[in-house]
Write a protein of this length. Structure first.
Length: 392
């Protein structure tokens, strides 16, 4: 090392070294073998090594039908050393392993309890798999095909959380492949619950997917449904396709009117079977007009709220100056209009009241000069003439 080469300080050396955990439990190869034989078929050695998901998989599959147990007996030193290395120097980002995901999926625990979904951090899907036997096997079969994508998505999310921990508390975007997996049994409304359409989910649940018609139509409009669910600024406007889904074939229950914010009509339809069927049939024809009318009302209400807030507040302070509108722009009186026949015509009475009242007329100018003196007459007054002289 040359003399001009700066010697690194102690603090710099500490910063360059990788961070280590404060303490970790180092696993023993001998202890692992004791847990593996003869109870390794139940995955006890995997629980000892901290691999709880593999332990559950071994527990429900007899050590992956004995094959995984024999593998662990042969390669136990390598497995233990690898776990100790990871515990001593944890990687900067949590990585999910594709092989482990397949092991958890291709065993009875993966089918019955969705173990691979819990492993990938998808607790919602894992819970659903527990109560639906892997969504009746269809979801489990699809996971075998799309497992590389599931692992890649889980690793990407883990990297984002590592860079910004607040991402864990944010709403995650909905995936179209997950929506289609839930659509297979969507006549229970599973895909609508997943997309956040709770009202539609219950409607499908109690009407068996709107008599099956809504369930079939959702297959074709699923990309649009996923896009709406991922919209960061969802619109309050009603949609024509949603209204028609609720209208046909069970519109006599009035669901379309509840959706459009017309509860009175909805209750009337519910107790009169769609006004004896005639109202239900007419609604099919006039539904575009109803949706347009409701959306115009919603837009008008939104604009009214915006105008009221704009008129009453200028920033965060209450505006009490009548000559200044809510937008902060002073009022300007309209200029006179020139009429070719009648000359100049005042236009101040024809103004359109906007966000402010017109200003009052200006007061007359006040002059500080003294008033001029009265005129002085230098001519003598006319002589008095009597009536007699006037007669002459």
């Amino acid at each position: 090392m040359s003399k001009n080469t700066p010697v690194p300080q102690v603090a710099e050396v500490e910063q360059q070294q990788p961070s280590r955990p404060v303490s970790f439990s180092k696993k023993s190869i001998a202890d692992a073998y004791l847990w593996a034989f003869p109870l390794g078929l139940f995955g006890l050695h995997r629980f000892y090594l901290g691999q709880k998901y593999l332990g559950i998989a071994y527990l429900f599959s007899g050590g992956l039908f004995g094959i995984g147990w024999l593998h662990d007996l042969l390669f136990m030193p390598r497995i233990v050393n690898n776990i100790n290395r990871i515990a001593a120097l944890p990687p900067p980002k949590k990585r999910y392993n594709l092989v482990e995901a397949y092991i958890l999926c291709l065993n009875p625990a993966g089918i019955l309890f969705g173990l691979h979904q819990f492993y990938l951090g998808r607790k919602g899907f894992g819970t659903m798999y527990c109560f639906t036997v892997g969504i009746f096997g269809v979801g489990w079969l699809s996971d075998i095909i799309r497992m590389p994508k599931l692992v890649a998505d889980a690793n990407q999310l883990a990297a984002e959380i590592e860079a910004n921990p607040e991402v864990a508390n944010q709403k995650q975007p909905r995936k179209i492949d997950d929506a289609y997996v839930l659509w297979v049994f969507g006549f229970f409304g599973l895909h609508h619950f997943y997309l956040g359409n709770i009202g539609f989910g219950f409607a499908y649940l109690f009407t068996v997917g709107m008599g099956g018609v809504g369930w079939l139509v959702d297959f074709f409009r699923m990309p649009a449904l996923v896009a709406r669910a991922n919209d960061p600024h969802p619109s309050r406007l009603k949609r024509l396709d949603d209204a028609y889904i609720l209208t046909f074939p069970l519109g006599f229950l009035g669901l379309q009117h509840f959706y459009l914010g017309r509860p009175g009509w909805g209750i009337a339809y519910m107790f009169t079977f769609g006004l004896a069927g005639f109202g239900f049939l007419i609604d099919i024809i006039r539904m575009p007009f109803l949706v347009k009318q409701v959306n115009e009302s919603l837009v008008e209400q939104q604009n009214l709220v915006t105008v009221v807030v704009d008129n009453n507040y200028n920033g965060n302070q209450l505006n009490l100056d009548p000559s200044v509108g809510g937008s902060g722009i002073p009022y300007q009186a309209p200029s006179p209009v020139i009429d070719e026949k009648n000359g100049i015509r005042d236009n101040t009475t024809n103004y359109t009241p906007g966000n402010a009242y017109p200003p009052p007329p200006p007061p007359p100018p006040v002059s500080n000069d003294p008033p001029p003196p009265p005129p002085v007459l230098n001519d003598p007054p006319p002589a008095y003439e009597s009536k007699a002289n006037l007669r002459q």
